[in-house]
Write a protein that binds this ligand. Sequence first.
Ligand code: PLP
Length: 360
Amino acid sequence: MAFDLTNRVRPALVGFEPYDPAFTPCEVNLSANENTHPMPAVVRKAIDQALTATPLNRYPDPLANDLRDVLAARHGVTRGNIMVGNGGDEILFNLFFTFGGSGRTLVTCPPDFSEYANFAKMCEMPIVNVWRHSEDFSLDVEALIAAGKDAAMVVVTSPNNPTGNLVDHAVIQRLLDETDALILVDEAYVEFAAEGTSVVDWIADNPRLMVLRTLSKAFSCAGLRCGYLVADPSIVDMLSAIRQIYSVDVLAQAAAIAAVTERDAFAPVVADIVAERERLSLHLGNIKRLEQWPSEANFILVRVPNASRVRQRLRDEYSILVRDFSYAPGLANCLRITVGTRQENDLLVDALRDLVKEEA
Ligand SMILES: *Cc1c(COP(=O)(O)O)cnc(C)c1O
């Protein structure tokens, strides 16, 4: 008898495939929006010391209270407002698992972070897409508000991945005022945006508002897997009850505490990435037949002729890796370029200038 797994898998999960970012080792990796700058020495030292001092024979604190206290202090909230997870990804999954299912819809605004749709499908949470305007990727605000009225949850991403633009505070305010949905603002990249962009301060007055943050981007800790949600204590308590209790391990907790405590040391790195983003954008602007969109994050979305081939040749001939989005709806011929160090960005611009000319 042939063994057919399809019939045994939970129906909502049939067809899912392992996440494959098509990673190939390259000299210059600008594909995953990581922080490519060297970690500040004082942070690295604090992390190393914390790791060395951490015993491995005991289970982690399932509530990660010490880490929650450090994060709460960062944002001027209480421990009860903070929920940590194995990356923001785990928190997204847990949110949809907890608040989705049985006709409770998620409203999302593609093109945006593809994990929203993936995780929502896994959690049998119906998805309503409110597509962004195709020219500038701005939100269709009236359609968003209308969809939000029937939704369990609305997620907006600010800055948005992969388009780089912000969500106006007025739109978030309208979502809070005119809908009854849980409003999730994904701020994975907010450290790269102008000061005052975050709505984390709104949490105290808006119990339906949730803000997602991560140590994977500005904090240079993508490999650590640590993200967190700032939200009303009732939401944090509910999520804490259903989460995998030990998903943030002792080393991750210790390292995250050290990194967040030493956060001031990241300020010059973030400032440099922001300055490099503007310089990179200027240089990209000189490449004929390349279209780009303004970004408030640590990446820039561009459109070039024959993008898939350009990406492949960047990888194979120049050992530079960027992310291909040309398969994604609304993103024909688009590539997402992470802002790297000055040297990495220069290599990218030189290679891209040659390739776009050849492929046009
Ligand atoms: C990177 C990212 C996250 C979280 O990433 P983790 O590494 O799982 O913390 C969340 N949302 C968006 C839009 C992202 O790009």
